[in-house]
Structure formats: structure tokens, C-alpha cells
Design a protein around this ligand. Structure first.
Ligand code: NAP
Length: 487
């Protein structure tokens, strides 16, 4: 197919010191709603990974030595190119991931903002002067790049999840090797590489290697990679963390979530139901910060259930590229079967189906479950499908206990007409991101994004957090004259 978003150099290729054939062969990229072949791209094998990391390690010192103005200018050009090509990138996102146009548009917009914020990082102060006991000695703590950053990203929001690593890592003087998911290699890697290439990024500083688990593990254990920035499931994150730990790598794990939306008895129920529907059904519920558990105070439970059920039933499900719909396809059959088993298991355990629970091929109806108990699968597991699981509670303390009754800790939302009550509960949430009277689906380039517990190991993306993530401290001293020591 014709690609106008950027150069169509990826036919059978990957990006690693220019466009080249992959030793790992090729892989087909399918449109998720139709199964139509969109493109065939290079598939990285272990040899491609070793070659890319070696080239990245060789190119990184030169890149770090370029002036901050030059690095910022290249990033700003990349942001401009992504913005100019937004219509085509959005088309790719819709077809490659199955997300709706509105969500894809938002993803591209925040990705442009993320690159512009990263460009500004390059010109920020990178250290502090330290007091020193000796006269004439300069002592400073300065931030230095890590070297080669390996980014391993999932399919569900491939542009932003790639850009949030690539842009700040480059701005702060690192080289990057990104391995997008094989289901979304174009928006997750090759399209981004072509934009940075055209923006003037020097050869060898960025590599995009579509590949599967083998390529991912090769990146994790490779001697050249210094930071493994992994975004994906908690199960794979554990494996990546173990491998990285054994190889003494810095590892940043951004993993799954089982995010609670608490609706208190003084809440704006229509607003809360709007947030609940958006949180559970946007992108078919396939976002790390999708709303999983809806915890609703008993007095307002019926009203909330009626409101969210009405919203669910009004949503259109279909092919997001050709139709005006609110929900597209589930990414693949394996994923659909996984969360459908959670729905069926929860119904067998005694919950009731308010609406949905059926599907036509990959198109799953938005689903509302009521009477979900805390031991049922839809409460315990990350659903990652268009399912709102509703549980009731009696008191604020019970709501807090239920919300925290999970190994995950990514996002939470609280609906109340009392800001004080909402903020009080927010402080008790074991979650990396908490919003009062707003959705769990919140992301801003200037805010620290990340989770706790099984949602991640404490790494953060965004603005100042990027310094922590993509650089390390170096203590540096300097004297004017060489001193004489005791011997
Ligand atoms: P996944 O299966 O863990 O895959 C994520 C990435 O890891 C893919 O590129 C995958 O490659 C790669 N991978 C698989 N096995 C690997 C291994 N052994 N070593 C190294 N890399 C390996 O994740 P997913 O299920 O596709 O993505 C959805 C999950 O990501 C959900 O749990 C969601 O909550 C989470 N997520 C978290 C965030 C966050 O910021 N916290 C953001 C988005 C998504 P292939 O699939 O190509 O083999």
C-alpha cells in the first residue's frame, strides 16, 4: 500500500544504520479490523540486535557531544514532521492497532507535545555545584547520559509509548534501540525512525528493530545496553526484570494495571458514569490505565449502573477505519479469549450481566457486570477488554481497602462533590496516579507517569522525571594545580 506518512523504506526492512534487510527475515503487518495485509517489514533476529547495539554504542558519544541546541533543533523538527504527517500517522494507527480515530488523534497530539517537551530538556541545567572543604577545588554533581537505551514497547499505544522513551533519551544524549511489538512495527518503530531520520538525527543514534520475544531478550542481555525501558505486561516485565538484574542493568518497568474508579454517594453520577464508560471502553479497554474496577457506594449503585449501562448500549462497535464507531476490534483472538474467560468466570462466580458479554469475531460488545465480589476474576485480574466490573461498598474506609486490594498500583479515580473528601481518599490510594473527578485515563508530558507494585518498579516518564530515568549522576571535581599527597 502507498504510505505518504514518511518514506516507504520499510518494505521488508528495519532501520539500523539506514534501512536494511533483517537477518531474522520478514513479518507481515495486518489490519486488525479486517485481517488485510498492510505491509511486510523486517523481523530482527539476535544478530540484528547485536549489530544495532554495537552501532548505537559507537554513535552515542558523538551524539552526546553535539550541542544542546543541535539536539533540541532535531527534536523540534521531528515534532513538526509528526504534526505535519498526523493525518497519515493516524490512519496507520487506526489500521495497525484497531483504535478509533479520536483516540489515535489524541495519541499523535500528545506524542508531538512529548517531543517538544523533550527538546526543552536538552537546554536545562544538568547539575549542581557542591560545597567543598578545600579552596580552589570545584566540586559538582552532574547528570551524564546512560549510553544505549533499549526500549521494548507494546502494541496498544505504539506511538506515544515509543516517543516517551525515544525523545527524552535522545535529548539527554543517549542512543536508542527500540523494539516495538511485532503486531505494530510501523507506528511503534519504523515510522518514528523515518521521522527522526528526516529530522536530521545522525546515522546510528536510533535503531528500530521489529521483533518478538527473542529479539527483546537479546536486547536485555546485550552488553551494550545500559537501560532497559520496558512497557508491557506484568508477566513479561518480571522476566525482563530478572534478566536485567542478572546482567546488572538499570531497568525501568511500566506494567499492567487494575485501576479503581471510586464513586462516592455525593458524586455527580452522570459525570462519574461518563468517566466510567470512557475509562472502561476507550480503545476497547486495552490501555494500562483503563478503568478496571468500578467501586460504587451502595446508595448510588443503582443510579450508576443504569447510567453506565445506557452509555454502554449506545456505543457502536465496528471497523474504525471505514465506519464511525466508538469501539474497534480487539487486538487478536488470544487476547479476546483471555478476557472473555474472565467475564465468563466472573458470571459463574455469581456476578450478573447488565449488558454485553457477546462478540462477533474480534468485535466485543461493551460489557457491564454487577455484583462483582473481591475474589472474582474480574476484580482480581487486569481485564484489558471493554468490561466495567461494578462492586459496591458501604463506607469510605471500605472503598479505600477495596481499591488497594490488588497487587497493581497504576492509576485511580475518585468521584465526589467534596474536594476535601476526594483528596483525603486520594492520599490513601496505593497508585502512582490519582485523579479526583477525572478519568483514570490521564497522561501529560509534564507530569510524572508511572506505577507502584506490580504496575512497575518505580520508574517515571515525563518532564523532570526524565532526568532520573535517562541520565545518571556523576561526581566531578577539578583543581587548578596538582596537590601533593602524603606519599
Ligand atoms: P507484552 O506481551 O508484555 O509485550 C510487551 C513487549 O514485550 C512487546 O514488544 C513484546 O514483543 C515484548 N516481549 C515479549 N516477551 C518478551 C521477553 N521475554 N523479553 C523481552 N521482550 C518481550 O505486553 P502486551 O500484553 O502486548 O501489552 C499489554 C500490557 O502492557 C498490559 O498489561 C498493559 O497494562 C501494559 N501496558 C503498560 C503501560 C504502562 O505505562 N504502565 C502502558 C501500556 C501498556 P512481542 O509481543 O512482539 O513478542
Amino acid at each position: 500500500m502507498t504510505i505518504s506518512a514518511a518514506r516507504n523504506d520499510w518494505a521488508g526492512q528495519l532501520y539500523s544504520g539506514g534501512w536494511r534487510s533483517a537477518e531474522g527475515g520478514t513479518t507481515d503487518v495486518l489490519e486488525k479490523a479486517t485481517g488485510e495485509l498492510l505491509a511486510t517489514v523486517g523481523l530482527a533476529g539476535a544478530a540484528d540486535v547485536a549489530r544495532a547495539t554495537a552501532r548505537a554504542a559507537a554513535a552515542q558519544p558523538g551524539w552526546a557531544a553535539t550541542s544542546f541546541e543541535e539536539r533540541a533543533a532535531i527534536l523540534r523538527r521531528a515534532a513538526d514532521l509528526l504534526e505535519q504527517r498526523a493525518p497519515d500517522v493516524i490512519n496507520w494507527l487506526v489500521r495497525e492497532t484497531g483504535e478509533i480515530r479520536q483516540r489515535a488523534t489524541h495519541e499523535v497530539r500528545i506524542s508531538v507535545g512529548e517531543i517538544r517537551e523533550a527538546a526543552a530538556l536538552a537546554g536545562q541545567p544538568y547539575g549542581e555545584l557542591l560545597p567543598t572543604t578545600e579552596r580552589g577545588r570545584l566540586s559538582l554533581a552532574q547528570r551524564v547520559p546512560l549510553g544505549v537505551v533499549a526500549a521494548i514497547t507494546p502494541w496498544n499505544a505504539p506511538v506515544i509509548l515509543g516517543v516517551r522513551v525515544i525523545a527524552p533519551a535522545l535529548a539527554l544524549g543517549n542512543a536508542v534501540v527500540i523494539k516495538p511489538d511485532v503486531q505494530t512495527p510501523i507506528t511503534g518503530g519504523l515510522l518514528l525512525a523515518s521521522i527522526f531520520e528526516e529530522a536530521g538525527l545522525p546515522d546510528g543514534v536510533l535503531h528500530a528493530l521489529p521483533g518478538g520475544a527473542e529479539a527483546g531478550e537479546a536486547l536485555v542481555v546485550d552488553p551494550h545496553t545500559r537501560l532497559i525501558s520496558f512497557t508491557g505486561s506484568t508477566a513479561t516485565g518480571r522476566r525482563v526484570g530478572e534478566l536485567a538484574g542478572r546482567n546488572l542493568k538499570k531497568v525501568s518497568l511500566e506494567l499492567g494495571g487494575n485501576n479503581a474508579l471510586i464513586v462516592l454517594d455525593d458524586a455527580d453520577i452522570d459525570g462519574a458514569a461518563s468517566s466510567g464508560a470512557w475509562g472502561s471502553f476507550l480503545h476497547q479497554g486495552q490501555l494500562c490505565f483503563s478503568t478496571g474496577r468500578h467501586l460504587v457506594q451502595e446508595a448510588v449503585a443503582d443510579a450508576y449502573l443504569d447510567a453506565i449501562t445506557a452509555r454502554a448500549e449506545a456505543l457502536a462497535v465496528g471497523d474504525p477505519f471505514r465506519e464511525d464507531v466508538e469501539l474497534g476490534p480487539i487486538i487478536n483472538r488470544r487476547q479476546l479469549d483471555r478476557f472473555d474467560a474472565i467475564v465468563q468466570g466472573t458470571l459463574e462466580a455469581g456476578a450478573r450481566l447488565r449488558t454485553g458479554g457477546t462478540h462477533d469475531d474480534l468485535f466485543y460488545r461493551p460489557t457491564v457486570l454487577e455484583g462483582v465480589g473481591p475474589s472474582m476474576p474480574a476484580f482480581v485480574e487486569e481485564i484489558f477488554g471493554p468490561v466495567a466490573a461494578v462492586t459496591t461498598f458501604a463506607s469510605d474506609d471500605e472503598a479505600i481497602a477495596l481499591a488497594n486490594q490488588t497487587e497493581y498500583g497504576l492509576a485511580a479515580a475518585i468521584y465526589s462533590n467534596s474536594l476535601a473528601r476526594g483528596l483525603e481518599i486520594a492520599r490513601s490510594m496505593r497508585a502512582g496516579m490519582v485523579h479526583v473527578n477525572d478519568t483514570t485515563i490521564n497522561d501529560q508530558a509534564i507530569a510524572p507517569f508511572g506505577g507502584m507494585g506490580a504496575s512497575g518498579n518505580g520508574g517515571r516518564f515525563g518532564s523532570l522525571a526524565n532526568w532520573e530515568e535517562f541520565t545518571q549522576w556523576q561526581w566531578c571535581t577539578a583543581r587548578d594545580h596538582a596537590p601533593r599527597f602524603a606519599f
